[in-house]
Design a protein around this ligand. Structure first.
Ligand code: HEM
Length: 463
């Protein structure tokens, strides 16, 4: 039987294609034909996707034969257009090593520190939009310039050049654009960044590229990093701002609930990410060896494509999955991203796919310490990482939270879940456990949630 062609576009922006839901409801991975004629396994159940993403036998290396691609040409052809493997295409141990060199730039604390400036950028653009012609073009007035300005400032890219980036990255990401046009856009961005990094060498400033340049002399690596961040943070965030506004206007009851209680915002952001799952195919992989998954045998070299939006509407994982609901009392929505399955871990392995999907997390009001916290000295912090002991009087009552520093990739989910119990070190963003022994049932439940959410499976409880 020939495998059905994978539908790569949505018919309705608010819902996964019916065909993706049909594939999911088959109840096991199914072969599909990709746009280039190759076959891959489509995963539609949340459980299968989670299992796959935390399994080191699957690779993120987009240059490997068999890696599912949404365009007709294989990535090797794009590589000639200046495309160089970046973090997102790496596997451990290389992935963890490279990631640790930049994670200090993306800790929860760093993101919280950016908050006032980002707020100012948002406020200025909303003010300008309100003062301008009515009706306004939301995308031009707000959705595109906000992430564009933030990323440019963060990297140290002159904002005057943002038009160039917007046009080139839009071409690069437009799957229907001819391969040579996409390769030319990729090369233009690469050449621009190479020149910029060169100028930073002459005149370093207080920005990410200059700081990274001080750490590494590898210009190509920096160009690759700049490339990834510009692309990863631009269209994604812009699309989510626009879609988020539309979803809230389309659900006035949810908008009213959010306005009445702005503390629901973090839950609403999670819900919007689940509801739209805009980067749904971004978590595709290729098997390095034969793997049994969800009741099928995936052979070494076969690709796996994730139907993220269908999985985020999986009735086995969510009650009323088609509803948009910002109510924080609902069990937290699970975006398709790397979270360990809640089972005891066998042999420790080096972190790999769980290192993916870590990007700067939106700063949340409680991300910054609520009260000055006594911070352990550097020596004390190492102690926290290595010898997490339960105070004697609680030994028999509470389990101890243990962190494996070699696995941690600084995703910061633990800090967001429980800022009183967890922190990150400033250099590498590695987890610091401030209170290894939960002192109440609530604290224990937060610790369990942090452990569940940790994408690199670096945390565990010693009962
Ligand atoms: C709503 C906004 C965003 C969405 C939906 C999104 C989605 C994703 C997805 C699905 C991946 C995983 C790819 C994989 O597993 O192979 C990823 C990785 C990544 N994203 Fe984002 N992203 C967003 C915003 C951003 C922003 C603002 C930045 C940077 C400023 C960023 C930087 C990255 C980086 C560096 C990676 C690679 C992480 C690693 O491999 O360790 N993303 N993103």
């Amino acid at each position: 039987m020939t495998a059905p062609h994978l539908q790569t576009t949505r018919t309705c922006p608010f819902a996964p294609p019916a065909e993706h839901e049909r594939l999911r409801d088959l109840g096991k991975p199914t072969k599909v034909t990709m746009p280039n004629g190759e076959q891959a396994w489509a995963l539609g159940r949340l459980e299968d996707i989670r299992a796959m993403l935390s399994d080191p036998r699957f690779s993120s290396d987009r240059f490997q034969p068999g890696f599912p691609t949404l365009v007709k040409e294989r990535p090797q052809q794009l590589r000639q257009g200046g495309f160089r493997p970046s973090l997102i295409m790496m596997d451990p141990p290389e992935h963890g090593e490279v990631r640790r060199t930049i994670i200090g730039e993306f800790t929860v604390k760093r993101m919280a520190a950016l908050r006032p400036r980002i707020q100012q950028i948002v406020d200025d653009h909303i003010d300008a939009m309100l003062a301008g012609p009515n009706p306004a073009d939301l995308v031009k007035a707000l959705s595109l310039p906000v992430p564009s300005l933030v990323i440019c400032e963060m990297l140290g890219v002159p904002y005057a050049d943002h038009d160039f980036f917007q046009t080139s990255s839009a071409t690069l990401l437009r799957l229907s654009a001819p391969p040579e046009e996409r390769a030319a856009a990729s090369e233009a961005i690469r050449a621009y960044l190479a020149d910029l990094v060169d100028r930073k060498r002459e005149q370093p400033a207080d920005d990410l590229l200059s700081r990274q340049l001080a750490k590494t002399g590898d210009i190509e690596e920096l160009v690759g990093l700049g490339f990834l961040l510009l692309l990863a943070g631009h269209e994604t965030t812009a699309n989510m701002i626009s879609l988020g506004v539309v979803a809230l206007l389309d659900h006035p009851d949810q908008l009213a609930a959010l306005r009445a209680d702005p503390s629901r915002t973090p839950a609403a952001v999670e819900e919007l990410l689940r509801y739209f799952t805009i980067a749904e195919f971004a978590t595709s992989r290729v098997a390095r060896e034969d793997v049994e998954l969800g009741g099928v045998l995936i052979r070494a070299g076969e690709g796996v494509v994730t139907l993220g939006n269908a999985a985020n509407r999986d009735p086995a994982a969510f009650a009323n999955p088609a509803d948009f609901d910002v109510d924080p009392r609902r069990p937290p929505p699970h975006r398709v991203r790397l979270r360990p399955p809640p089972v005891p871990r066998p042999e420790p392995r080096p972190p790999r796919t769980p290192d993916r999907l870590r990007h700067p997390l939106p700063a949340r009001p409680h991300a910054a310490p609520r009260h000055p916290r006594r911070r352990p000295s550097l020596q004390g912090r190492r102690h926290h990482l290595r010898h997490l002991r339960t105070p004697r009087h609680l030994d028999h009552l509470m389990p101890t939270i243990v962190a494996d520093a070699t696995r941690c990739v600084g995703a910061g989910q633990c800090v967001l879940t429980d800022p009183d119990a967890f922190d990150q070190d400033d250099d590498q963003g590695l987890v610091l456990i401030l209170h290894p022994t939960p002192t109440s049932a609530d604290a224990l439940s937060r610790a369990r949630q942090a452990i569940l959410l940790c994408p690199s499976q670096a945390l565990s409880l010693h009962e």
